[in-house]
Write a protein of this length. Structure first.
Length: 312
């Protein structure tokens, strides 16, 4: 086994699922939207990227196409569901994930059906070694991750971020202040879906192959685990959760090559991560990192005035 290639693979998966965790954290952590079908938008991004790449469309447009279509789908699903209780949004997204997976599995003309389809390499050059290609993949993934992180940091620490937190805490009070809760929720859900679509495109181009069985509901479970462990409403917490979960998942898969385990490594993943989620919810429900404070210019000015008045 090439341990360096395995290390690159782990790092790349941390970056991809870091973007997916950031998208779910924006929806649930900051806005209180329950999305149990995150894999649906991840799937859309991956399949759109694969289809567009096969036609030789430039890389940037392949990623944009997947993100935009995922955003449009998120808007279409959220608008009717958000007018009802949030339970309906959770049910609608959960059903959507399975419906899309069954459709791409049954319809061979989309992207190979149940057999899947190869995906052209997005990062490649003639004569490059596998390690060099892996390094190129990692650079692309982390470029997108850094952009996503910086964008969400600015968004959640802006007046817009204060509004969505207010909607999460008390919708009635936010509406009394003139904020349209449906508009903000739909916008957040659309943005979160776009980021999930971007993550799906990166997933497809890294693996160079996609099939319906790669988009099981368990992908959504992993994303929720990352948020719960890392800490809702904290962008750094989402990345920490992605790091912990992905390192654990990839580590247990090769553990059998070094130590004797009494259970199958795949089953061990579910057992230990499930136990970790239970313990965190019992003893540290805010996650490893607590919710980040809002950092806006207005707040800084108010704190400075309060400090100056207190000192005088």
């Amino acid at each position: 086994m090439d341990l360096l290639m395995y290390f690159f693979d782990v790092i790349i998966f941390v970056g991809i699922f870091g973007i997916l965790a950031l998208s779910l954290n924006l929806e649930f952590g900051f806005t209180g939207l329950v999305n149990f079908g995150k894999v649906a938008f991840f799937l859309v991004g991956a399949y759109v990227f694969a289809v567009m790449a096969r036609f030789g469309i430039p890389l940037v447009f392949c990623f944009l196409g997947g993100a935009l279509l995922a955003a449009a789908l998120g808007l279409a699903v959220s608008l009717p569901a958000l007018r009802l209780r949030l339970d309906y949004l959770a049910i609608a997204t959960l059903a959507l994930g399975e419906i899309l997976r069954i459709v791409v599995k049954a319809e061979r003309w989309i992207a190979g059906g149940v057999w899947g389809t190869p995906v052209p390499a997005a990062v490649s050059w003639a004569g490059a070694s596998n390690r060099a290609l892996a390094l190129g993949d990692a650079a692309l993934v982390y470029f997108c991750l850094i952009l996503s992180f910086v964008f969400l940091q600015y968004l959640t620490n802006s007046p817009y971020g204060r509004v969505i937190r207010a909607i999460r805490e008390d919708e009635t009070a936010a509406e009394a202040l003139g904020k349209d809760r449906l508009k903000y929720k739909a916008q957040v859900f659309m943005l979160g879906s776009a980021l999930a679509g971007l993550a799906g495109g990166l997933y497809a181009q890294h693996l160079r192959f996609i099939s319906p069985d790669m988009f099981m509901p368990m992908v959504t479970f992993w994303a929720w685990t990352m948020i719960i462990l890392g800490g809702p409403a904290n962008t750094r917490g989402a990345l920490l959760g992605a790091l912990v979960v992905e390192v654990f998942i990839r580590g247990t898969r090769i553990a059998k090559d070094f130590v004797h385990l009494p259970v199958d490594p795949y089953n061990l993943q579910y057992i230990l991560l499930g136990l970790a989620v239970i313990l965190v919810l019992m003893y540290r429900p805010q996650g490893l990192l607590k919710e980040s404070e809002v950092k806006t210019k207005a707040k800084e000015v108010a704190l400075a005035r309060a400090k100056s008045s207190g000192s005088s």
